[in-house]
Design a protein around this ligand. Structure first.
Ligand SMILES: *Cc1c(COP(=O)(O)O)cnc(C)c1O
Length: 395
């Protein structure tokens, strides 16, 4: 990462490069045929980069719609002066329809009762509301099953307050070509049925980041990109003609140095024993900040299981597999011992210049890093006026 650790006066901070997000948005747009729209998915606080900031950048660089999970996220976008279309992915609880209508958000529909409640709210406000029907094709989460939608089409068409703007589905395992083709076919069969009945829905969309890279033939009218906009390739996708830039770096300064002799154990549970005389550096981050917190899903197959076992065994025997590394003054150093609630230890035996106050660049899972970590925005002028919205930088 090229960005310099310079969070003046802070002990830990997150540096976000909005110029890199802008670059990534442009890269993704290059993959789309003319007329295919880009939805920028900005849920989970813009994957940790700031909801409002990333939304602004994405819209400025040609995204035509934003994707969020909750209506509240849509409200924040509107209250920040963002007027572009915002699709709320999740089903609404009874009562939340008012928010959709009042803030001119676009709702996803997963059942006909929800459609009825939304239409009623729209009627009360004397306003039309845009909807995208979500179709369940293999994720087993939200959406009408194709049979349910076929059965309810006539009812849906009876609500004049609902503008049926979109129809979409979500892939469960985009790198699994056979299953994804099955989901796509199920979706297209339904869309084609509707078209035969004279119902042409303008925005058909199925692709997340992995699918938009792997299956250009599935782009349809719009793609929904999250991961790639934030500079990462989706797991299992390699070998693409996309040059993504890093958008994010997380830094903490060394607050203490402790020389230790060979055989000393480090941290809670005494899980790690140093194998040589060395120096430990303490950095003020821990799992309460989201550092070292990972999401370990159930292994997806035998090889996946093997990987998890090897990493766990490696950690048990103090081997470097699966160890988390930081960078200090451009050099690599391992995190040793258990990551604490607020403090963690790094072995800096190979970095003699390591000193109090020196910044360490830390790896972190972006969507779990706490909002209590100050965000420092760089790269675009627009960022400056946005700072007070989501970040908690001192003025
Ligand atoms: C999160 C999400 C996306 C974006 O997924 P990425 O893999 O991060 O690109 C797209 N569509 C829906 C419905 C989502 O929930």
């Amino acid at each position: 990462m090229g960005m310099e650790g310079n969070g003046t006066g802070r002990s830990r901070w997150l540096e976000i490069n909005l110029q890199a997000i802008a670059h990534n948005v442009e890269q993704v747009r290059l993959l789309l045929k003319p007329g295919v729209r880009l939805m920028a998915v900005v849920k989970a606080d813009g994957y940790g980069h700031g909801l409002v900031q990333t939304a602004r950048v994405a819209l400025a660089r040609g995204a035509t719609m934003l994707g969020v999970t909750h209506p509240e996220e849509g409200v924040i976008l509107r209250e920040s002066g963002i007027n572009g279309p915002v699709l709320v992915f999740r089903p609404l609880l009874p009562g939340e329809e008012e928010t959709i209508v009042a803030y001119r958000l676009t709702a996803s529909l997963s059942d006909v009762q929800q459609a009825g409640r939304l239409a009623a709210a729209a009627r009360r406000a004397r306003q039309a509301v845009r909807v995208h029907t979500k179709i369940e094709t293999g994720m087993s989460r939200t959406g009408f099953t194709p049979e349910a939608l076929r059965g309810h089409v006539d009812e849906l068409l009876q609500f004049p307050e609902l503008i049926w703007e979109g129809i979409y589905t979500h892939f469960a395992a985009a790198t699994d070509r056979a299953f994804t083709l099955h989901q796509f076919q199920t979706f297209m069969d339904l869309v084609n049925d509707l078209e035969r009945r004279g119902i042409r829905i303008p925005l058909r969309h199925v692709c997340n980041s992995a699918a938009l890279l792997l299956y250009p033939e599935m782009h349809l009218d719009m793609v929904r990109a999250g991961t790639v906009l934030y500079g990462q390739l989706p797991a299992g996708v390699t070998d693409v003609s996309l040059s993504l830039q890093d958008t994010w770096s997380f830094w903490a300064r060394i607050v203490h140095l402790l020389p230790v002799i060979r055989g000393t154990t480090v941290g809670y549970g005494r899980t790690y024993r140093v194998r040589r005389d060395t120096v430990l550096a303490v950095v003020p981050v821990g799992y309460a900040d989201g550092f070292g917190v990972d999401v370990t899903p159930r292994p997806a197959g035998f090889m996946d299981l093997l990987k998890v076992l090897v990493k766990t065994a490696g950690a048990f025997y103090g081997l470097p597999w699966g160890t988390c590394h930081v960078r200090i003054n451009g050099k690599t150093a391992p995190v040793v011992g258990r990551i604490g609630m607020n403090l963690s230890c790094v072995d800096v035996g190979n970095i003699p210049e390591a000193d109090i106050g020196m910044p360490a660049l830390l790896p972190v899972r972006r969507t779990v890093l706490r909002e209590s970590i100050p965000r420092v925005y760089r790269g675009l002028e627009e960022a400056k006026e946005l700072r007070p919205m989501v970040s908690n930088l001192p003025a």
